[in-house]
Design a protein around this ligand. Structure first.
Ligand code: AP5
Length: 214
């Protein structure tokens, strides 16, 4: 099964992607996670994208497509994959269409996460991420057991640079200009499933599971 999680920053794509990965036993391909790892490791890619990401702008399409082309050819993607944060604009979506044709693959579901800007800002200003294992927490909705420490590996939690309020506002603007048109793109392809992302994590996951099993 091949799934696209489409929605604004902070809508809960990464959170639900991890749950779906366990449920369906297919990998999550998060372009954001791949890019942040490249920055941490100070690779050539990381150096190219660091300042772009810290401003909340989109990374150039050719860099993203290079990542995707390599990744979906890996063995663990044979049974399917979950895209989190890709595609991000019409150009990327068209490139994915071409790539899928070449590889005889097709997308089964595109989940569109509907949520208000106020909730996005609340969730992102309270998100914390583990420095070591990347696990996500939320000071309001899913706090760590010990203050500022990861439950899983004990490392310190930090706030992503692009989770500061003014950058979040720019990410929402970029999303509305560049990513939102994908809602119509996938609706026309009859792949779009609109889901209310403002409900609790568990309810949200159950709703998505129901759609998949139907
Ligand atoms: P990326 O990492 O993809 O960020 P994003 O899409 O902006 O999404 P987030 O990771 O911020 O949010 P999310 O929807 O995953 O929410 P989460 O589950 O964490 O991209 C970052 C940057 O990389 C981009 O700005 C761009 O520069 C670059 N980039 C990446 N992909 C690119 C591409 N394809 N093309 C070009 N550039 C690209 O949840 C958020 C918080 O809310 C968490 O604290 C969580 O615990 C909490 N939460 C989640 N669900 C719920 C719930 N139901 N109820 C209450 N709290 C919840």
């Amino acid at each position: 099964m091949r799934i696209i999680l489409l929605g604004p920053p902070g809508a809960g794509k990464g959170t639900v992607a991890k749950k779906l990965q366990k449920e369906l036993d297919i990998p999550v391909i998060s372009t954001g996670v791949i890019l942040r790892k490249a920055i941490t490791k100070k690779t050539e890619l990381g150096e190219k994208v660091e300042s772009i990401m810290s401003e909340g702008e989109l990374v150039p399409d050719f860099l993203i497509m290079e990542i995707i082309k390599e990744r979906i050819k890996e063995k663990d993607c044979e049974k399917g994959y979950i895209f989190d944060g890709f595609p991000r604009n019409i150009k990327q979506a068209n490139s994915l269409e071409r790539l899928n044709k070449e590889l005889f693959m097709k997308i089964d579901f595109v989940f569109y996460f509907e949520i208000s800007d106020a909730k996005i800002i609340q969730r992102l200003s309270s998100r914390r991420v583990c420095k070591k294992c990347g696990c996500n927490y939320n000071l309001i909705f899913n706090p760590p057991k010990k203050d500022n420490l990861c439950d899983l590996c004990g490392a310190t939690l930090y706030q992503r640079d692009d989770d500061k309020e003014d950058i979040v506002k720019n990410r929402i603007k970029v999303y509305n200009q560049q990513t939102l048109p994908l809602k119509i793109f996938y609706k026309e392809k009859k792949l779009l499933k609109v889901v209310d992302a403002s409900v609790s994590e568990n309810e949200f996951f159950l709703n998505i599971k129901k759609i998949i099993s139907n």
